[in-house]
Design a protein around this ligand. Structure first.
Ligand code: AOF
Ligand code: ZN
Length: 366
């Protein structure tokens, strides 16, 4: 197998941890000696132990003289655990192939430097673009204090999310809905507007059978505190982290019943309409969130697009047409000129039963 194939395997390992390691990145590590894979590891739930330590533990003595393929620069700082660099050096790793650097100011090149100083051969950049896309949430949080935002919508072909009477369950079929749960599981937090809570009383969990996961934080943007105390979200706030972002200077008496139910309140300055979304996203990043899945409704979608906060789109299309009286997925932006339209480029597209999921990324240069 080639270096590239081993790094691709490390990226696949890291992908397993997406949504499960925040505030840390999800990293993958493959150890290879004389063509044999002798250890594999990925960042564990909650962000520790790190990937390299996991892989080294599996390889044991065999790590001596091996090559390590790591999706992110091995750390050089003393956190709650010793630096991965030191662990690699101590295990006698001869060569470290790294996909991309770690922007964390505690590391930021020092990991590579330390390995080189110890006589380890270090190569940087293999599948770097793929690794940067995978770590985009972590990097944005570190460098800009904002999480990566993916806007997920499920619409008819003509972009509608409900009939005029408000019927919306279900527009997409079971395969698409299952995928929507898998998508949630790869995120740290889900964000919805209070209108969605009022209309659907959603649970907003990732209902997937499987292994232990770090719970997904559920966030409601609710400037006027309309979320009912009897909603599923509030009633399950003790089991799943539930955060309500509401305007600052709410009367404390209004907040108390939510807090008593286990809801955490995020006070955010008002904007018209709604809340200051930059401040809201900043507050999420401050709490460690690196990847947010925004699921609507139409007001929140418009606000996020208007502010230029949408980094990725996950758009489920169902092969139905509702017509112009159906509720649109996105409220007026409004647009004066076509040139001001938020544009994206397609990165993946696949059928799910009768539906279709298309993933887009913001246009950096287009
Ligand atoms: C690695 N391998 O698997 C991960 C790394 O709080 P700590 O001590 O766990 O350190 C967190 C930082 O470590 C995080 O900000 C990032 O720089 C790095 N994450 N590094 O070598 C890993 N998850
Ligand atoms: Zn580390």
């Amino acid at each position: 197998m080639t270096d590239r194939e081993h790094m691709a395997a490390a990226l696949a390992l890291a992908r397993r941890g997406l949504g499960n390691t925040w505030p840390n990145p999800s990293v993958g590590c493959v150890l290879v000696r004389e063509g044999q894979v002798i250890g594999r590891g990925w960042t564990q739930p909650g962000g520790r132990p790190h990937a390299e330590v996991e892989a080294l533990a599996r390889a044991g003595e065999a790590a001596h003289g091996a090559t390590a393929y790591v999706t992110l620069e091995p750390c050089s700082h003393w956190g709650r655990t010793p630096p991965c660099c030191d662990a690699l050096i101590r295990a006698g790793i001869a060569r470290v192939v790294v996909a991309t650097g770690d922007p964390d100011p505690r590391v930021d090149g020092r990991g590579l430097q330390r390995l080189r100083e110890a006589g380890v051969i270090v190569e940087l950049g293999l599948l770097g673009e793929e690794a940067r896309a995978q770590n985009a949430g972590f990097s944005r949080r570190i460098t800009r204090g904002l999480p990566l935002v993916t806007l997920k919508l499920a619409t008819t072909l003509d972009g509608r999310i409900a009939t005029a009477s408000g019927e919306s369950q279900w527009i997409t079929g079971p395969e698409a809905r299952r995928e929507a749960h898998a998508l949630r599981a790869r995120h740290d937090a889900i964000l919805v507007g209070s209108g969605t809570v009022l209309a659907d009383d959603p649970e907003l969990t990732a209902r997937l059978p499987g292994t232990a996961r770090v719970p997904l934080a559920r966030v409601v943007a609710d400037s006027r505190l309309r979320t009912p105390l009897a909603s599923r979200l509030v009633r399950t706030a003790r089991e799943v982290p539930t955060w309500i972002a509401t305007r600052t200077n709410q009367r404390p008496g209004v907040l108390a019943p939510y807090q008593e139910a286990g809801v955490q309140i995020l006070p955010i300055p008002r904007a018209r309409p709604g809340l200051d979304l930059a401040a809201l996203l900043g507050a999420l990043a401050q709490r460690g969130v690196t990847r947010v899945l925004a699921e609507g409704g139409a007001g929140l979608a418009a606000g996020l697009l208007r502010g230029g906060f949408v980094n990725r789109l996950a758009w489920f299309h169902a092969p139905g047409i509702m017509g112009g009286d159906g509720l649109p997925a996105v409220q007026p932006l409004p647009l004066a000129l076509l040139s001001a339209m938020p544009r994206f480029h397609r990165i993946a597209s696949r059928p799910l039963g009768q539906d279709w999921l298309t993933e887009f990324e913001e246009c950096g240069r287009c």
